[in-house]
Design a binder for this molecule. Structure first.
Ligand SMILES: [Fe+2]
Length: 746
């Protein structure tokens, strides 16, 4: 059976611009493509029927295709240079922190080419031991120390080829880690009756596997033998380094005593936000990282005196490599779609199909640049989509069933990710060595970004699009990716900006844009839960690549390691916006209070609902209970919910017009609210857990309406849109569209 996968090069495209699609056939040589406009999610018999609107495009129809592999796994590489293949004796050295020494052979550093069996390599061998190998085609030899490497400990490793003695020598020196581990230094030697042949480029954390048959991450080559762990301060020098020279290589490579022998000294603490690795030695043999290993990592010499890498970069000279890092699948483009002038703004997708198997590649058509075609903008949560892409922690973590309060149901999204681990990870996952995933990229096939299947993020947000379509379709679609780069200018033309159901991740530029928009009279409809929660950093050069440091507090799939809370892309302190003094309550009135995944509940109208300031909101809404129905687990209040908190910045004049109740005991207080452990943390006994339907006016005539619940959007279409939540939400939209300013209450 033929199946197909694809991704596109950009998520936001304006009329006249082109989006390119990269396709891989899994077991066949053809597929069909169709461009569609998405107007609702595929959500079953209680929802609007799923009816994507075909868009005329030259790319629609059958295409020839072929398999394209995904070259996963990070490494660093320095282009081949005569100095990297010394004629006589030489020594290479590095600090090494293995995280999976027992996983099998792993390359640390060298010019080794596995195909030609030439060059040299410092490695971990199949028995978890530090090893050094040289080869010249048919002649090859390797030596390993007797002591297997421990997991997550720093070593200084030094390997020499002694041309005069015809030998290779390997030294392994454990570094002190403020503990009393009994490891001792180890040395091993072996005869070597030949010099290593010239291998390929010099690589760290992988070795060359010769010319790539398919997509190549670097230089047309394939790479293999990926290392898990950290490498710090790698060096290369001529001659056999004695103990004194090895000590200088480790700590002071530019010392005059090494002036005659030093070939290269890479300093990974330089250029941390970039993809460059810098050689501070005499030849400037700079290189690059590939597939975004994690930078700004604690080095072998970290003292803890400073936890901000920008203030002590020399203690952050480690790069953490993972065999499952992936920033770009590097596929060749297969077809393109140029958005016709006059094409309406909206949510679109290319559907690629082979043998009845559909793969979806959504993208967003914004209005023509510099113009708005509506007073209403739906802001697609592309930052949140990005960090969730290809989430596997959901089905890999044993905790999921516990916090969901129900049995895990594997679905077709999960099954493809299980079958193709090379599709990479989300920032909700851990790497194969257990370390948290800090970076996520959209330049790869994305399995959980689609209008069908489980409702979360993009697919759930299509319920909001469904409602806007029901109201006549008068809206533009803009994206958080553009909000980050364009700021207030993107929002300014609109009377109302609507978020998605879970706009959880924001950069500083995004939060500042929202705030400025509201100050000048803008209106925000925050249509979800757990929004504006984590701080993110965008890659300085690559669009669609986002960093998250899960620092200090918050509901987290993993937590950052000590001293690693500052983003490598920007140097900004990561973690919750709450810990950056910009809690969500300041912007939206509400902030994350609890989550649960067993059952959704309803809101009950409060006394504030009778306030004349919100009389327009309740026009035609008589019921006491709001949203006691819905496609998402039976109610509008649930999944992840937010509450007001004046301590965290809810404005004093905010009105909570309806408040949810009757949540189950799977709804636990978020971790950041539990400073002293106590038993009263679930919704059955804790009165603080509720979703607050909140409204307030802003200086400048603007206003904010917050639902405080991810499930909310799933109730809009209930009963053919004939329900109190639809009426209330539509009342808000209509009032927010009006140019009439909102006066601040006296
Ligand atoms: Fe989330």
């Amino acid at each position: 059976m033929n199946r197909v996968m694809a991704y596109c090069d950009r998520w936001t495209v304006a009329p006249g611009e082109t989006v390119r699609f990269m396709v891989s056939c899994l077991g066949g040589t053809s597929y069909t493509a169709q461009i569609l406009r998405l107007k609702q999610p595929d959500a079953g018999p209680q929802a609007t029927p799923f009816a994507p609107e075909p868009v005329d495009a030259p790319c629609n129809g059958p295409h020839d295709g072929r398999f394209q592999a995904i070259p996963i796994g990070s490494f660093a590489v320095v282009p081949a240079h005569p100095a990297l293949a010394p004629a006589g004796s030489f020594t290479l050295a590095a600090h090494v922190f293995p995280t999976t020494p027992a996983k099998g052979r792993q390359a640390i550093m060298g010019t080794w080419c596995e195909v030609s069996q030439t060059g040299y390599a410092l490695e971990i061998d199949g028995q978890g031991r530090l090893a050094f190998r040289i080869g010249a085609g048919p002649g090859r030899v390797a030596v390993a120390t007797a002591a297997p490497l421990s997991t997550r400990r720093w070593y200084h490793a030094a390997a020499s080829y002694d041309a005069e003695a015809g030998a290779i020598i390997l030294h392994q020196s454990p570094c002190s880690d403020h503990d009393f581990h009994p490891e001792a230094p180890a040395t091993a030697t072996a005869p070597a009756g030949f010099a290593p042949g010239a291998g390929g480029p010099l690589a760290f954390a992988a070795h060359s596997a010769g010319p790539a048959a398919g997509p190549s991450p670097w230089g047309g080559l394939a790479f293999a033998g990926h290392f898990n762990g950290r490498i710090d301060s790698p060096r290369l020098c001529a001659g056999v380094a004695d103990a004194a020279a090895r000590a200088l290589l480790a700590t002071d490579p530019l010392n005059a005593a090494l002036a005659a022998s030093l070939i290269a000294a890479w300093d990974f603490s330089r250029d941390i936000p970039t993809e460059t690795i810098t050689d501070i030695g005499p030849r400037r043999l700079h290189g690059s990282i590939v597939n975004l290993p994690t930078r700004a990592m604690r080095g072998h010499n970290w003292t803890g005196r400073e936890t901000n890498w920008t203030r002590a970069p020399r203690e952050y000279g480690a790069i953490h490599f993972h065999d499952d890092d992936l920033v770009d699948a590097c596929w060749a483009p297969d077809f393109a779609f140029t958005v016709p002038e006059g094409q309406r703004s909206g949510v679109y997708a290319a559907r690629v199909t082979a043998d009845g198997f559909d793969f979806w590649v959504p993208f967003f058509v914004r209005p023509p640049r510099g113009a708005a075609t509506s007073k209403v903008a739906f802001l697609a949560s592309t930052a949140t989509y990005t960090v969730y892409l290809n989430n596997r922690g959901r089905f890999l973590s044993l905790l999921t069933e516990r916090y969901q309060g129900r049995v895990m149901v594997l679905d077709e999204i999960d099954s493809l990710l299980i079958e193709f681990p090379e599709m990479g990870l989300s920032t909700y996952d851990r790497h194969s060595d257990g370390s948290g995933v800090s970076y996520s990229s959209r330049h790869r096939p994305l399995q959980n970004f689609r209008p069908t299947g489980r409702h979360w993020n993009f697919n759930l947000d299509l319920f909001i699009v469904d409602w806007l379509e029901k109201l006549g379709g008068d809206y533009d679609v803009i994206t958080e990716e553009d909000l980050h780069t364009e700021g207030l200018a993107l929002l300014e033309p609109y009377s109302v900006v609507l978020t998605g159901s879970h706009p959880e991740y924001d950069s500083l530029a995004m939060l500042d844009a929202f705030e400025a928009y509201l100050r000048r009279g803008g209106r925000l409809m925050y249509m979800g839960g757990n929004g504006f929660y984590w701080r993110i950093a965008h890659h300085p050069a690559r669009e669609g690549v986002i960093e998250v440091r899960r620092a200090e507090g918050g509901v987290r799939a993993w937590d950052t390691e000590p001293g690693e809370a500052f983003h490598s892309f920007t140097g900004e302190y990561g973690g919750l916006w709450r810990r950056n003094a910009r809690a969500p309550q300041r912007l939206a009135g509400v902030g994350f209070i609890s989550q649960g995944f067993d059952h959704c509940s309803y809101y009950r109208r409060t006394v504030d609902a009778a306030d004349p300031r919100v009389a327009w909101m309740f026009a035609g809404v008589e019921d006491e209970l709001i949203g006691d129905f819905g496609i998402l687990q039976g109610g509008a209040a649930g999944l992840e919910i937010d509450a007001v908190d004046p301590r965290l910045g809810t404005p004093p004049h905010a009105l909570v017009v309806a408040r949810s109740e009757n949540h189950s005991n799977t709804y636990e207080l978020v971790a950041e609210e539990v400073l002293i452990p106590h038993g009263a943390t679930d919704a059955v006994i804790n009165p603080d857990i509720h979703a607050d339907l909140t409204f307030f006016e802003t200086p400048g005539g603007g206003a904010v309406f917050s639902t405080g619940s991810i499930a909310y959007a799933g109730s809009l279409a209930w009963n053919g849109f004939d329900n109190n939540l639809f009426r209330l939400t539509t009342n808000v939209l209509e009032r927010f569209k009006s140019p009439m300013p909102f006066p601040l209450p006296k």
